[in-house]
Design a protein around this ligand. Structure first.
Ligand SMILES: [Zn+2]
Length: 199
């Protein structure tokens, strides 16, 4: 919360920009940025690794049942199962600011691919010929795609630090009561679209 005494020209200009931003938000979803605590990031990494290893082990387990030239189990895991996990990883990072989300997403995607290869090899009892080439290419493509999707997402659905006062647009995060500290207008959590713990 900023300390405010007499309002400067700069402060009025900021308020004007905030009003424009509010007008813009009328047509856009109201998306508040979140931070993922370190412990939750570790849990996400573990979940990603577990999912990757389940898919890898399942694929290797099913391999003997597909003894023709086409290995459908590999197609399903490489084009459906792993991408589904990756889509979830990208989607669940969409409210984290890109600079914070990008390295986490890269690490999570890497843990999916590494755990996939390790568990596949353990269950099957060896590498396939070009496993390192294929999985590295797959990892780089999915990282690039994931980061671009995340970046575009936040470009078109900008994250905001709101909620803001409906009267003067002052940012209400940290407001000690249900009265705007800037203009004195009373507000309800319902009209801000938040619950009390959001402030
Ligand atoms: Zn206000």
């Amino acid at each position: 919360m900023r300390i405010h005494g007499s309002r400067s020209v700069a402060a009025r200009a900021t308020t004007s920009r905030q009003r424009q931003a509010t007008h813009f938000r009328c047509f856009m979803p109201y998306v508040r940025a979140i931070q993922i605590p370190v412990r939750q990031r570790i849990v996400r990494m573990v979940i990603a690794a577990v999912l990757g290893s389940i898919i890898g082990a399942g694929t290797a387990y099913l391999r003997p049942y597909f003894d023709g030239t086409v290995h459908y189990e590999s197609f399903v895991s490489l084009f459906i199962a792993i991408p589904a996990v990756m889509v979830w990883l990208v989607y669940s990072q969409r409210r984290v600011r890109w600079r914070a989300a990008a390295p986490c997403l890269a690490a999570e995607l890497a843990s999916v691919m590494v755990s996939f290869c390790v568990s596949w090899s353990l269950v099957y009892g060896g590498f396939w010929d070009d496993m390192i080439d294929v999985s590295t290419a797959y990892l780089l493509i999915s990282m690039a795609l994931g980061e671009v999707v995340l970046l575009m997402w936040q470009r078109f659905y900008p994250l905001t630090s709101g909620p803001h006062c409906p009267g003067c647009n002052y940012c209400l995060i940290g407001a000690p009561s249900d009265v705007c500290p800037e203009c004195g207008r009373a507000f309800t959590f319902h009209e801000l679209g938040v619950i009390q713990t959001d402030l």
